[in-house]
Design a protein around this ligand. Structure first.
Ligand code: MG
Ligand code: MG
Length: 280
């Protein structure tokens, strides 16, 4: 299903270029977090992101995806991924996932984050649990990557983390398996596909310099989704709320470098006992 081609690693020089693109994505998401509030439309967020990326020498790479003309995907509440920015006005307590990408000098970054409109104080405990469980699943998946290890260990780790959170939180989280993570580099979406959920195969062997985007999508209910009439927006069929977190990651001989995290992933990796290994 996912192919068995041997993975290719990137040189240090290429990884430094990818870090520039990834850092711009991380900074764009950080900027947007302070702009997410009641009364703002998702299109306003999109315009802020486009201006920020272009002002910093980047290209909004979502606009390079055939048929898509925005800088972000903004997915609200029961929308899982691929929500199109528009006239929707954000409301207090909405769960908003923002997916963002940028290209600089032909190299790409891709990341996503989920937050409550109005801040954590505005979130229901269910929604906060969902958001935190998804973020923890992302970092667990990332921390499972190591040179010589198997790519699909990512999905095993995501799923184990989310199942543990489900037990702790008293929820039956749905781990979406209709959309996957992916390799990233000279294009945003490249081979191989990376399942963000457990699969029976082990996948290809990870090599030094491999770069991939890990992006678990978790719901408070079903794993069944459908695409709305706009041909993009993916929603849960039971209208349960969803969260989506994503980072672009470089696997290095000695450890990991989270290219789209502002701190390179240092704090999250060290908290998990994983080795943070940036260039420079
Ligand atoms: Mg993305
Ligand atoms: Mg992606």
């Amino acid at each position: 299903m996912f192919g068995r081609r041997k993975l290719q690693g990137r040189t240090d020089e290429q990884l430094l270029l990818m870090r520039a693109a990834g850092l711009l994505v991380g900074k764009t998401l950080e900027m947007l977090r302070s702009e997410v509030r009641e009364g703002v439309t998702t299109l306003e967020l999109d315009r802020l992101a486009e201006t920020f990326i272009r002002d910093h020498g980047g290209i909004p790479n979502f606009q390079l995806v055939p048929g898509y003309s925005h800088t972000l995907c903004t997915s609200v509440n029961e929308e899982v991924v691929h929500g199109i920015p528009g006239s929707r006005v954000l409301e207090h307590g909405d769960v908003l996932s923002i997916d963002c990408g940028a290209e600089i000098d032909g190299w790409n970054g891709d990341a996503a984050t989920t937050a409550v409109v109005g801040g954590r104080a505005a979130g229901s405990s269910d929604d906060l649990h969902l958001i935190d469980a998804t973020e923890a699943g992302l970092y667990a998946g990332i921390a499972a990557m190591q040179v010589g290890g198997r790519l699909y260990a990512v999905g095993d780790a995501v799923e184990a983390s989310v199942r543990a959170a489900a037990e702790r939180d008293g929820h039956a989280y749905g781990v979406i398996d209709e959309y996957v993570g992916h390799g990233i580099g000279t294009k945003m979406h490249m081979d191989p596909q990376i399942p963000n959920y457990a699969v029976s195969e082990t996948g290809p062997k990870l090599v030094d310099g491999f770069t991939g985007a890990i992006e678990p999508m978790i719901t408070l209910g079903t794993t069944d989704t459908k695409v709305l009439g706009d041909d993009w927006t993916v929603v849960t069929t039971d209208r349960s709320r969803a969260a989506h977190w994503e980072h672009s990651v470089a696997v290095r001989e000695a450890g990991l470098w989270i290219l789209t995290a502002i701190d390179g992933g240092r704090s999250a990796l060290e908290a998990l006992g994983a080795v943070y290994d940036p260039i420079g």
